[in-house]
Design a protein around this ligand. Structure first.
Ligand code: ZN
Length: 279
């Protein structure tokens, strides 16, 4: 059914967003591109209408293609040449991300820990996992987490045709929109491998691309202590941490979070979710 309806709806949304973008009302563009107001609180750095910090910190993203005269999709999303590797941060702010899920064996435990400490995270889900775990996506929505698009079947995108890439991404966005309640605003390529077509398609669909700063390599199952050490050793303002809540036995990832999360909080870190910093 709904795929055609959803696509029609998305096109209408994007067309509306383009009109608003032409009017130059930054805050409203963000609203229209997502179809709804952001679910979570405004960024610590200011409202979407004032996205740029007064004093860019050393951790502020280098001006990639999204800043200044770079090409943009009609609704204002930049067509990047590189994904974001970290997030703009004032103070001790970090982002936790979990990829490849959801998996009912591990994701609920991660969500439990995040809830216990009142922390929000970002889940880059695969469509083929999300499709049969829609309740977990609904829980993520209820608990204020961000759900991003990680393709349908986790392929190496550089080996696919443009139409296959688009299908992988678009199908996943549709499942997310159904289960989570709004379309994803963030995309992460499997294996961290983007190409030009992927950046263009993401921008067309109103998504920005986020990579990571710290790879815990938890998928190699290096031991809970090693995962904890990698996170705590790499902790710094603006850092984005990559972990996995699916794709194999992720019990070490679950256990590690229970250890490093309270340590980060005790060290004064605020764990947050990525914010769209332009439009
Ligand atoms: Zn992945």
């Amino acid at each position: 059914m709904k795929k055609d309806q959803l696509l029609t709806r998305r096109r209408a949304l994007l067309a509306g967003a383009a009109a608003v973008a032409a009017a130059g009302t930054a805050g409203v563009v963000e609203l229209a591109a997502g179809g709804k107001p952001a679910r979570s609180a405004p960024p610590a750095g200011g409202s979407p209408a004032h996205p740029l910090p007064q004093k860019p910190s050393a951790y502020r993203l280098r001006p990639l293609t999204g800043y200044g005269g770079a090409p943009r999709a009609p609704h204002g999303t930049p067509v990047r040449h590189k994904p974001l590797m970290e997030v703009p941060a004032r103070g001790r702010t970090m982002v936790l991300t979990f990829d490849d899920g959801p998996d009912p064996r591990y994701t609920p435990h991660i969500l439990d820990t995040l809830r216990e400490y009142d922390v929000r995270a970002t889940f880059f889900v695969c469509g083929e996992q999300a499709e049969w775990n829609t309740k977990l996506l609904a829980r993520m929505a209820d608990e204020g987490h961000v759900v991003g698009n990680h393709t349908w079947s986790h392929p190496l995108l550089t080996r696919l045709s443009r139409s296959r890439i688009r299908s992988e991404i678009e199908r996943t966005s549709d499942v997310i929109e159904d289960a989570y309640g709004e379309p994803p605003q963030w995309f992460r390529a499997p294996y961290g491998v983007w190409n030009r077509a992927t950046f263009q398609i993401c921008a067309d669909l109103g998504m920005d691309s986020l990579a990571w700063t710290i790879d815990t390599e938890d998928w190699t199952r290096p031991g809970t202590g090693t995962i904890v050490h990698r996170v705590e050793h790499g902790a710094a303002p603006g850092v984005v941490v990559l972990s996995h809540d699916a794709g194999g036995n992720r019990s070490q990832s679950v256990q590690a979070l229970r250890s490093y999360l309270p340590h980060l909080l005790d060290s004064g870190y605020q764990l947050t979710v990525p914010r769209r910093q332009y439009v």
